[in-house]
Ligand binder design. Structure first.
Ligand SMILES: Nc1ncnc2c1ncn2[C@@H]1O[C@H](COP(=O)(O)OP(=O)(O)OP(=O)(O)O)[C@@H](O)[C@H]1O
Length: 299
């Protein structure tokens, strides 16, 4: 069996009294599109920086593609591309120079063919010779993605890559990341945009105060914590006893949970039989935000 893309076992990290990572066990398999979610301060960035070998943990082990991040640092680092949260650049380099420099860190020379390919994929080719300080925030973020890819890592970790990024760039970025995933790259993503995580990630871990408080496939998380709901606005109030689980949502709206769409027809005919008239109707799908709130509240 091939090694997991990422293996995190019994990891603890303190900053003084604060337990930033409080016993994390997590495996991400090769080819996954994995979401790492959690409120501010949950420990996501600390975990990523430990994976990249930038932060030493107090206890536990981390490995990338089977390479321990401490004992086998160079190999582990080569297998990993990290898109950091912060935009930090040397303002005096051009985009191409920055990417060549990054290639140099990994001992790769004559990397221009691949660099050109990355620049084209990220729609950055026309900025190749522009100075970093001349780029907009969104462009800089694309360069960060490019930098993470110069050494063709099989595992790519993105720490809030779309924070402060406009809709168009976000869409383009996701298209590109999805393609990398289809090509076999393992993707780990942290984001506060839960909608993005819901559509992109096949599996999700939720962190709170340095612990994993939920870990499952996105579908299972959605099914476990959030239900579908039919919202109807009625012309006149009707008793709700005949609709199991229904609740008055105010302003004439009634919310009725259901599991399969087959039930909706039955609900509507029951409303009609009691003399109720539907004036407006909305079908609510389960969403990750509800799941997230539920998990954080329970944990
Ligand atoms: N160098 C440090 N020194 C002291 N405390 C730190 C340090 N780095 C992180 N912390 C603390 O560790 C905890 C975890 O921080 P971390 O940045 O990993 O959270 P996060 O989940 O990435 O949050 P965000 O969503 O805001 O990026 C926080 O309470 C943070 O204040």
């Amino acid at each position: 069996m091939s090694a997991p893309a990422i293996r995190i076992a019994g990891v603890r990290k303190r900053y003084g009294q604060l337990k930033a990572l409080d016993g994390i066990d997590l495996e991400v398999q090769q080819g996954e599109f994995f979401g790492l979610l959690g409120p501010n301060g949950a420990g996501k960035t600390t975990l990523i920086s430990a994976l990249a070998g930038l932060t030493r943990v107090d206890e536990g082990e981390l490995a990338v593609m089977g390479h321990d991040v401490v004992a086998d640092y160079r190999q582990a680092r080569r297998k990993l591309g990290v898109v950091p949260q912060e935009l930090v650049f040397d303002p005096f380099f051009s985009v191409r120079e920055a990417l060549r420099l990054q290639s140099g860190y990994f001992g790769i020379r004559r990397n221009d063919t691949w660099i050109d390919e990355i620049l084209a994929s990220l729609d950055l080719a026309h900025k190749a010779d522009a100075n970093m300080r001349m780029l907009s925030g969104g462009m800089k973020r694309r360069v960060l993605v490019a930098q993470a890819l110069v050494h063709r890592p099989p595992v790519i970790v993105l720490d809030e890559p779309t924070a402060g990024v406009d809709v168009e760039l976000r869409q383009g970025l996701w298209q590109f990341i999805r393609r990398l995933n289809r090509d076999g790259h393992t993707i780990v993503l942290t984001t506060h945009y839960l909608e993005e995580a819901q559509t992109l990630c096949n599996r999700i871990a939720m962190l709170k105060a340095g612990r994993v408080v939920a870990l499952d496939t996105t579908d299972n998380l959605l099914a476990r914590f959030a239900s579908r709901v039919l919202r109807v606005r009625l012309s006149a109030p009707v008793g709700l006893d005949f609709l199991p689980g229904a609740r008055d949502a105010g302003h004439g709206w009634v919310e009725i949970p259901f599991e399969s769409y087959g039930e909706v027809e039955d609900m509507l005919s029951r409303i009609r039989l009691t003399g109720g008239q539907v004036e407006d109707m909305v079908l609510g799908e389960p969403d990750l935000e509800k799941v997230f709130m539920g998990v954080m509240h329970e944990a």
